[in-house]
Design a protein around this ligand. Structure first.
Ligand code: BTN
Length: 149
């Protein structure tokens, strides 16, 4: 028992240090994407349900761009190992379209958080014959906006 104690102490410290060294990717906060759109994820509950707001830099319409609400969900499984998958919907307040994003929150080789996403933008069409042209698809990469302290 006396000999085991230092060994266990070293093991505990090593595991603890390892735990500290592995940076996790966290969704709450302010993000900017490759188009210059800004997104804020404000609240996240214990089940991984989150809300926020989205200010797109571009639009497929001629309408004035306005900040729009988003609602999403993050996968909470321990298998996600600090780089969780997620999805969210933006219900555009200035347009009758809707966008769903899905992606994963990564920590890159420099320790920087990055959200790699794909999206589907659905437009309303007048009839089923026009369904074929109603959905756009694309990708966006988000990086965290640093807070000005
Ligand atoms: C619209 O034009 O009907 C609403 C705005 C759509 C903006 C799209 S959503 C996917 C892509 N990523 C962005 O940040 N903005 C565009």
């Amino acid at each position: 028992m006396v000999q085991a104690t230092p060994f266990l102490l070293v093991l505990f410290l090593a595991l603890g240090a390892h735990g500290l060294a592995v940076k996790k990717c966290s969704l709450p906060g302010r993000w900017v994407n490759d188009l210059g759109s800004n997104m804020t994820i404000t609240s996240m509950n214990a089940n991984g349900i989150f809300t926020g707001s989205y200010h797109t830099a571009v639009t497929a319409t001629s309408n004035e761009i306005k900040q729009s609400p988003l609602q999403g969900s993050m996968q909470k499984s321990p298998n996600q190992k600090g780089q969780p998958t997620f999805g969210f919907t933006v219900n555009w307040s200035f347009s009758d379209t809707i966008t769903v994003f899905t992606g994963q929150c990564f920590v890159d080789e420099y320790g920087k958080e990055v959200l790699k996403t794909m999206w589907l933008l659905r437009s309303h069409v007048e009839n089923i014959k026009n369904d074929w042209k109603a959905t756009r698809v694309g990708t966006n990469v988000f990086t965290r906006l640093q807070s000005q302290e």
